[in-house]
Design a protein around this ligand. Structure first.
Ligand code: FES
Ligand code: FES
Length: 162
């Protein structure tokens, strides 16, 4: 590590994190290599696939292109942080199971994080809108019909107060 280390203070899934790091380190590498949160996947490492999607203060980012220092004093959420503290799955996680929305599962954490943001942003009026707002998340297995159905099911349930 060079002498030009910087300090990062943030929360990750509600836990306080304080680290010294190289300013070039990506949020993805900090999550995976420093914090052992390997649910966030490294696909392309170039901002093209969405496998590394995480939430920063509720907004989705591709963590491979996000310098970790940029999340200073912010709240990061990864797939490890979306289930309830009692262990029950997030409704979108359950909907992925219900709708068979995965095959190999590699893209799934990023899809779920992106889907949570898509629902919170209110971009779920039609299947086309869901597809458009999830278009940054690539699924090599082509599980898109199930993914869209899972997001629609969760958004509909939230709208109906379920
Ligand atoms: Fe970040 Fe592909 S690993 S977008
Ligand atoms: Fe395999 Fe999406 S389930 S890449």
């Amino acid at each position: 590590m060079s002498d030009s280390t910087v300090e990062l203070t943030c929360t990750v899934n509600g836990q306080h994190v304080q680290l010294k790091l190289d300013p070039r380190e990506s949020l993805l590498d900090v999550l995976r290599e420093r914090l052992s949160l390997t649910g966030t996947k490294k696909g392309c490492d170039q901002g093209h696939c969405g496998a590394c999607t995480a939430l920063v203060d509720g907004r989705r980012v591709v963590s491979c292109l996000t310098p970790a220092v940029q999340v200073n004093r912010q709240a990061v959420t990864t797939i490890e942080g979306v289930a309830d503290t009692d262990g029950s799955l997030h409704p979108l996680q359950q909907a992925f199971i219900d709708n068979d929305a995965l095959q190999c599962g590699y893209c799934t954490p990023g899809q779920i994080i992106s889907g949570i943001a898509c629902i919170a942003e209110g971009h779920t009026d039609t299947d086309d809108e869901i597809r458009e707002y999830l278009s940054g998340n690539i699924c090599r297995c082509g599980a898109y019909p199930g993914i869209v159905a899972a997001v629609r099911q969760t958004a509909d349930a939230a709208r109906n107060g379920a």
